[in-house]
Ligand binder design. Sequence first.
Ligand SMILES: NC(=O)c1ccc[n+]([C@@H]2O[C@H](COP(=O)([O-])OP(=O)(O)OC[C@H]3O[C@@H](n4cnc5c(N)ncnc54)[C@H](OP(=O)(O)O)[C@@H]3O)[C@@H](O)[C@H]2O)c1
Length: 273
Amino acid sequence: MATALITGGTSGIGAAFAEQLAARGYDLVLVARDPGRLASAAAALSSTRGVAVETISADLAERADAERVVARIEDPERPIDLLVNNAGSGVRAELTSSDTAAHDRGIAVMCTAVLLLGGAAGRTMRDRGTGAILNVSSLQSLFTTGSYAAMKAWVTSYSQSLSVELRGTGVTVTAVLPGWVTTPWHTGSGARASAIPGWLWIGPDVVARTALADLDRGRVISIPTGRYRAIGWFARHLPRSVIRWISGKISSRRSRPAQSTDPLTTLTTTEDS
Ligand SMILES: NC(=O)c1ccc[n+]([C@@H]2O[C@H](COP(=O)([O-])OP(=O)(O)OC[C@H]3O[C@@H](n4cnc5c(N)ncnc54)[C@H](OP(=O)(O)O)[C@@H]3O)[C@@H](O)[C@H]2O)c1
């Protein structure tokens, strides 16, 4: 039986990956901070899907906790066949802020932990000649709208570099670039999230299904839904000066109350955004 390790596997996109991988017959290792949510997610998945679910309570912002997860990935007795680097959260801070705590934490969870876990998975899978790594980035990684976008740009670039380093080894790497996804992440942001037109929201199940299909095809970039693939195409092909101009317009709207239904507004908040 293959085993998948999913960071942030108790909620939103990570929970959708857990559900769909369990349906494929994967045993699971779920990593998150909240032990209660880990226990209930594990109980639900093992009872409905009949798979083995192990849990690791870890704060991936803490180096020692991330190293515990690395040790689990490197355990030769219990190989990990698929790593899903998914845990993350918004970064509500300006780049010019003198308080860098939010940036530090975001970098630790969404960059450093991804590097540590991705490296451990890459070398152990390479030694076995098989495996796959999925890194959940964001469509924001193609824009220049602040700290979160810059961190996710690192994830998108890192994933492609790792796929180059592992080319020909039997290990694939896929970066997932979702737009707006209906997850608990947005629950606390009520007013701003409600300004987003309904047709731009997609479900976490769509993100996971598209990503797993793209992983099966060996694709390095996965963007769920045609509408977001179109936005992604323009973001990658327009001159960067135009992207910076658009990003400037987006960022200037950040300070305003979220009342617009303009699609640009969909990229303005820091929730994923
Ligand atoms: N929702 C969107 O619109 C959207 C769009 C594009 C990309 N994304 C990306 O998708 C990923 C998942 O987002 P989501 O919307 O599914 O969020 P979510 O529903 O809030 O779930 C986040 C998950 O990550 C875990 N987590 C958060 N911080 C952690 C930490 N320091 N250490 C360990 N686990 C941690 C949470 O569990 P605990 O709280 O128990 O730790 C939870 O399981 C993120 O990387 C995000 O950047 C989201």
